[in-house]
Design a protein around this ligand. Structure first.
Ligand code: DI6
Ligand code: FE
Length: 444
């Protein structure tokens, strides 16, 4: 943001909020954070030559759980105490938007440590899946688990993410594979969102794997998924629909049937696309106007071009790439050249990415995929929000957006991607409220 734009923006907002409270006893804002540098991650920041959309010596105000003012402290329309009921000094820290983990399978039963051992003695992920292990093993464990047990096992994983500044997370079903067990998983995901200081977006992943009772009858299983779509939508438990389009899961024609049903039920779609082979998943997502295509290691340029035309987000998952010791890189240059927004996520799941560190994903996005620290930070803020259809309300520090932000003990934003195994998160603010050790400690 140029100095001029910043001033323009500030005074415009100031007008909107009205002068009336100034000088009186009623302050117009609940909280004002000063003494901070802001990585606003607002679109156009980098384009205008300001990396990270940064505002040094900035200030940020919260009113009613929303960001009410964002700008240079020097442009504040008055003395801080006259403007807000509470004034906080961030003492030179950096503030970013709350982080968004836009692709996780956080809710599941059991773990797959044995499979990890097997893979290290030579079996491949595909071989294990074809032999009935892999996802099917987790399905067995998840079906057996009570809702309470699933909640109890997912909670510490979620808290790991929250401790690193995640304020929005997507959680998929996909290990139940019966209507009842899928809804059980989605209810657990919703409950996590209701009880923890985090926004949860849920995704129905019925087309994740062929369940054992449909062995060698994938079409019939897809018939079931399609037939159940209306009920899933009516339950209100799913915000989107996902699938695994891969030679060890479902063909594009089968996924297209699921997407037709989802679209008819009013649910947006996304896809595990081209992770192990070029299954034309990227093009399929584009054809259905999907939110995102995820993984993309084997996507061809045509698929990327189609995504660009439809505004789909490329969700890159360096944890799965690393853990499966994949060597084929996603087509990063094509993704950049076509201007497809890049998001980064943990893909937290027991089989291919048992990872609950979003900061590690930032590092791996840079080291493994050669993304820049700014690209990966945009990937877990602005573009992560977009991948969940939340771009109007989340993902950047801009007036009007939900007041989700993180205060970091860092001297420069690139540090978030640079360090390995270090968490510089000082404080999280969720919807204007300060969160400490996973709990809201003060109302905004
Ligand atoms: N791709 C993934 O990365 C996860 N699901 C999928 O379709 C892995 C799921 C698992 O192995 O349990
Ligand atoms: Fe996944």
């Amino acid at each position: 943001m140029s100095q001029k734009n910043r001033k323009g923006k500030a005074s415009e907002l100031y007008r909107q909020l009205g002068r009336r409270s100034l000088g009186g006893s009623v302050q117009m804002w609940d909280d004002l954070w000063t003494g901070a540098h802001l990585a606003t991650m607002a679109a156009g920041g980098a384009a205008n030559g300001v990396p990270y959309g940064a505002v040094e010596d900035g200030a940020l105000a919260v009113a009613g759980g929303r960001l009410a003012w964002v700008g240079a402290a020097a442009d504040l329309p008055g003395a801080p105490e006259t403007l807000a009921r509470r004034v906080h000094d961030a003492a030179g820290a950096w503030i970013t938007p709350g982080l968004v983990d836009c692709h996780t399978h956080l809710v599941y039963g059991g773990d797959r440590a044995r499979e990890f051992e097997l893979r290290l003695t030579g079996a491949s992920y595909e071989q294990i899946a074809r032999a009935g292990g892999g996802i099917r093993y987790t399905v067995e464990q998840t079906r057996k688990a009570s809702e309470e047990a699933l909640y109890a096992s997912a909670l510490p994983r979620l808290r790991d993410l929250l401790a690193e500044g995640v304020t929005t997370v997507e959680i998929k079903s996909g290990y139940g594979l019966t209507l009842e067990d899928e809804l059980k998983m989605l209810r657990v995901a919703r409950r996590l969102g209701a009880e923890e200081p985090v926004t949860v977006k849920t995704t129905y992943l019925g087309a994740h794997a062929i369940p054992p009772e449909f062995d060698r009858r994938p079409e019939e299983y897809i018939d079931t998924v399609v037939a159940q779509m209306a009920e899933v939508a009516a339950s209100g438990l799913a915000d989107a629909v996902d699938g695994f389009c891969e030679r060890i899961a479902f063909y594009p024609e089968q996924m297209a049937r699921v997407f037709e049903a989802a679209t008819a039920a009013g649910l947006p779609v996304k896809l595990h696309a081209d992770q192990l082979s070029d299954s034309k998943g990227a093009s399929l997502v584009a054809r259905y106007g999907g939110l995102s295509a995820d993984h993309l290691e084997y996507s061809c340029e045509e698929g990327i071009r189609a995504m660009a035309l439809k505004g789909a987000v490329a969700v890159l998952l360096p944890g799965a790439f690393y853990f499966l010791r994949e060597t084929r890189l996603p087509p990063i240059e094509a993704i950049r050249r076509h201007g497809v927004p890049i998001a980064i996520a943990t893909d937290c799941n027991p089989g291919s990415s048992p990872c609950t560190s979003i900061l590690l994903m930032l590092n791996m996005g840079c080291t493994l995929f050669r993304l820049t620290p700014e690209e990966v930070l945009a990937g877990v803020t602005r573009n992560g929000a977009r991948a969940l259809g939340l771009e109007e309300t989340h993902g950047t520090l801009e007036p009007g957006k939900v007041a989700d932000f993180v205060i970091w003990n860092i001297a420069y934003p690139a540090e978030l991607a640079y360090r390995i195994g270090h968490n510089p998160c000082r404080l999280v603010v969720k919807e204007g409220q300060v969160v400490k050790d996973g709990r809201v400690v003060r109302g905004g």
